[in-house]
Ligand binder design. Sequence first.
Ligand SMILES: Cc1cc2nc3c(=O)[nH]c(=O)nc-3n(C[C@H](O)[C@H](O)[C@H](O)COP(=O)(O)O)c2cc1C
Length: 347
Amino acid sequence: MGVLLHNAKTQDGYPSSFRVRDIVVEPAVVLAPMEGVTDVAFRRLIRRIGGPGLTYTEFIASKGIAKGNRHAWRMAEFDPDERPIVLQIYGREPHLMAEAGRLLQDSGASIIDINMGCPSKKVCNHSGGSALMKEPKLALEIVKAVRAAVTIPLTVKMRSGFDATNRNAPELAWAFQEEGAEAITIHWRTRADRYMGTRAVDKIAETVQKVSIPVVGNGDVIDIPSAKAMFDDTGCAGVMVGRGALKNPWSMLEIGSWLRDIPYTPPAALERLGAIEFYIEQFISTMHTPDGDFAETAVLGKLKQMSKYFIADQTTRLQILRSQQLVDATDLLRRHFHGMAETAHAA
Ligand SMILES: Cc1cc2nc3c(=O)[nH]c(=O)nc-3n(C[C@H](O)[C@H](O)[C@H](O)COP(=O)(O)O)c2cc1C
């Protein structure tokens, strides 16, 4: 029912946008928060390509923000023109979550999001992330505390439940809405599923029926057919793309163009190379020390991490992984994409 209140529709009846209070998310496709991936450099790449109506930071430790930890504050960086931007926090202590929310609101966040979906041990072992779905009382206390601390929109991201016998996303979503949460994102998997499991989006559909705030559907949305299926099967207000954006940073442009009824042309090989080079430049620029140096090992490590997503060819990927120098790895990248461009030209 909430969907009708919040969405503008495409000609085919799919939502082209939705609102989180007064924030218009257009198109109704969102870049997922991903630890170790969606830093400011990656988000600059995605914004240069275009596509999402909303971007998220990686999850940020509320304790780190509240205590002024440099690393946590680095993770909270965003560009002044990156609007709207969601800053996602995790933790188990309501007062630290509230303090982090307040400080991040002051830093210019458009929306504060509470992480209740992360399956990682680092987060769950401290009762944060998806472990909170097993502790509804504490989860609710956290939402209440952050709500009281911030005036900007507050949202929650979670899984369908902790495990197969605890798929309580609809009940939790309703309770969070009653405490002032203004949108909910649900990844169809449970925490026990981690990244496996058989697609079951019923709890997303049930939540859409139960609440009046926008519900964003998440899990294996990678292209137009999978986005359509998420909208069709759940009635969600928007879709969130995670790993699909890693494998194909143009995926949200493709989905967003469809939602906006505008044509989309897939990138040619050299355009893809240009985008990766841009990303490396951005990553280097965020790694600079005050004396102008940058940590080459960190950049090389990042390139190796990302090449497993960006490069389909296994031989090139292995060669990049074995590179000792950044210059060798970027050379391999260039040769790979130039080779692809030549093949496409000859065809
Ligand atoms: C590398 C990686 C890091 C992630 N980090 C976060 C995170 O910081 N916060 C969060 O809420 N979810 C995190 N997730 C979960 C994603 O946001 C998303 O819910 C999940 O990947 C399912 O969407 P997908 O099938 O489109 O990838 C992460 C996922 C991946 C693959």
